[in-house]
Structure formats: C-alpha cells, structure tokens
Design a protein around this ligand. Sequence first.
Ligand code: SF4
Length: 353
Amino acid sequence: MEINVDFLVSGCNTQCKHCYVNGGPGPLMQTDDALACIEKLDQIAAFFPQGMSFTLDHEPMNHSEIGKILYAASHTKHITNYHHGMTTGLGLMSRSDKEAVIQAYLENGYNEFGITLHGVCAHHDEIVNRKGAFDKAIAAARFLSQMGCRVQISLMVNRFFAEDAGQLSRLIDDMNVNDIYFAIPIFTPHAKMMRFEPYRVTLETFEKIRRYLPGWRQDAEEILERARKNSVGEAEEKLQSIDLHSLWTEKQDTLYLSLHQDCMLYVGNSGVETQALGDLRKLEPEIAAEVIRNLPGNSDYGAFYDVENLPGMENVREAIMALPQDLVYGDFPSILYRAFVDLGIPTKLLSKI
Ligand code: SF4
C-alpha cells in the first residue's frame, strides 16, 4: 500500500472556498521539531520497503527556516519527499530573502513550482478569500521563472471561467509557463466545503470555455466528455450499477496520514482526519510502523463515512435528483458525498483538532 504523510510545516495564506484551511501564515512548526519529525518518519519508513513518502504542505515558503527543512527532507535514507510545489506566492513574495529561499529549493533538487488560478483578479481573490492574491500569484510565477524554475499553472475551474476565459488566455500567452493543468474541484465532506457550491462549474460553463481549451493546452473533447460523465445528470444512471456497501468495503491501496504543526500525527489527509495517532516525536518507530501497517487505505469512500451509516439507495437517488442536474464534480464519489450532506449522514471526521 502506498503511504503518504501530509507534513504541515506552516499555514497557508489564503482561505480557498473549497478548502478547510483557516488561512494565515501560522502556526509554524518549530524548526527542531520539523527536523526531528523528518528523522522519525525516515526511521518508520525503514519498515516499509515498498515505499513511504511525505509532502511538505500547506505553504512551506512561510517557514522562516525553510532552507534547513528542505535540506533534511532531501537527505533521508528511506522516505521520499514528494514535492508538489504548489504555492499561492503570498508567502514567497513578502519575503526579503526570496532569492535565497528558491536557491535552497534548487540546491535540494526541487525545481518545479505551480500556481493555481481560479479566474482573474477579483474573481480569483474572491475564491481564495484574500485581496491581492491574484497579483501575488502571477508575480511569484514570473519570479520563479526568472530564477530558472519550471513553472506550472493549474486552472481550477469554476463559474467565473465563462467570463474570464479570454483574459486568462491572454495572461497565459504572456507568461513563460512550462505546463498547464486543468482541474475540476472534487467534493470532500469537510465542514467548509459547501461554501464552494455556488461557484461550482456547470455544463453550460464548459460550453462557454470550450474554444479556449486548446489554447490552454487541453484536449477540449476529452475535457467535455469528462465533465459530462461527472455531471449530476449522469449520476442517476451510474447508481443503477453500483452497490454502496461494496464500494465502502473495497480494499483501498493508498493510506494518507497528516502531521500537524504541533507534531500530532493523524490518520487521514489534512482537513479530513479521522484518528489521532499521537505526538510523532514520542512514537517508537517499530510500534508506529506496526500501527500504520494495520490501518486500512483511506483515499475514498470509507475514509469519510462509516459503512454502518450508509443511506438507502433510494434516498441517495432522490437527493441526487434534487441537485441542479448540470453541476459538474471532479469525480463520481464527490456527487455521493454531496448528496450525503443533504441527507445528514454523519461523517467519521474529527471535528476539533
Ligand atoms: S486549497 Fe491550498 S491554497 Fe487554498 S487554502 Fe487550501 S491549502 Fe491554501
């Protein structure tokens, strides 16, 4: 089973509507703690020859001593640091030592960075709940490019794209971008997710942005087909061939853990934690490895809702039929989770951490 630890060294500067994060650069994990946790994860990873990785998250560039942490992260023996490289740019661009920060990344083998765009200017700022965020993201992308980094843009689609597509295209043409990704937000059942629903993309939005997709280096037909397949209107047909109980009891091959700034290790990706495993600094590696080995995978379904609480299929069908049929989600499970919210199905998620 693949194991990944979402390692939160510092907070994020934004409060995206689809994210559970409260926003703000803090709290920071103390540097000594971060180094001790990397060492401890490396010791635990020695018991998992099939591989174990961690991701420095949310916004590591907010950390005052990120260089030391990157050095330790890139010099482990057993565990791999999976660098997702996404940044809002807000932390980086407010630093007086930004060249040194990026130099530290480059020296430790991390040269790819990505920014996510949710539209242009005011629309982007509205989705991420932070005024000026769009300008900082663009400034960061240009700065990273000048520093010799590979720069990627992730276009996270929402209803604003219908209006913003032309400006987004001109912006992309003007920037030195290496790769462009296109993402349709999924739905995970954390408490804040419903804030994003009024912005969720519809099939009509896709029709309006269709002509811009090739310029964003996307296969328009493939994306429109994906959107159609994951629209609410298509979900009813899928329901006829699935059995919720089987989905919930299927073996999952990825286990997500998260490590918070106070060094507490949890089961579940950040934002959807289901169980506290303890203070990583104090865990004995062999015992921790044994506990982790016995955990089931948690990338979907059973990670969020107990099988005992599953609603009846007829109720699910009715809840889905009551949703706007042209809404589009990143995947099919998202539509089930969205319906579960309306049905009041309790989640397994820890509410206070
Ligand atoms: S989605 Fe990413 S950038 Fe947005 S608030 Fe959450 S962690 Fe920060």
